[in-house]
Write a protein that binds this ligand. Structure first.
Ligand code: SF4
Ligand code: SF4
Length: 133
């Protein structure tokens, strides 16, 4: 009786679509709302630190003076709380996972240095002064 049941399962499995993929030969398709990893658009960040204060696992560190934003990948649980609370909407939940590592991964993002303000105001002042002279 048991052999009959097993035979039935084996026969059924032979004609069923496999439940697994031949990864990496067949690439994995990520669903749109997969909680893969948190990403930041550092150019829009104002370094308010809300994301760091509200993160339940203390995965984020924000340094306002150095204009840096750091995330400990292996501490993040992809709850997306930081994404929901960011006032500048510069955090996003990307649907691809970070690559597996045997050591703790810390990603550091630093804002690019501010460009010097154009000296157009001074130029105008000069031209005005010259006209008046
Ligand atoms: S909450 Fe948003 S704007 Fe504020 S530090 Fe975090 S990422 Fe930057
Ligand atoms: S997704 Fe959650 S755990 Fe990960 S950094 Fe944001 S608030 Fe922290």
């Amino acid at each position: 009786m048991a052999a009959f049941k097993i035979g039935k399962v084996v026969l059924r499995s032979l004609f069923k679509k496999p439940a697994t993929l031949m990864y990496p030969v067949v690439p994995r398709k990520w669903e749109e709302r997969t909680r893969g990893h948190i990403d930041i658009n550092i150019n829009d960040c104002i370094f308010c630190g809300i994301c760091a204060r509200k993160c339940p696992t203390n995965a984020i560190t924000v340094d306002r003076n150095k204009k840096s934003w750091t995330i400990e990948r292996m501490q993040c649980i992809q709850c997306t709380h930081c994404v929901d609370l960011c006032p500048k909407h510069c955090l996003s939940n990307e649907n691809t996972y970070t690559t597996p590592e045997v050591e703790k991964v810390v990603d550091l993002h630093v804002a690019p240095p501010e460009e010097p303000k154009p000296a157009s105001d001074d130029t105008n002042k000069d031209s005005v002064e010259k006209k008046n002279a």
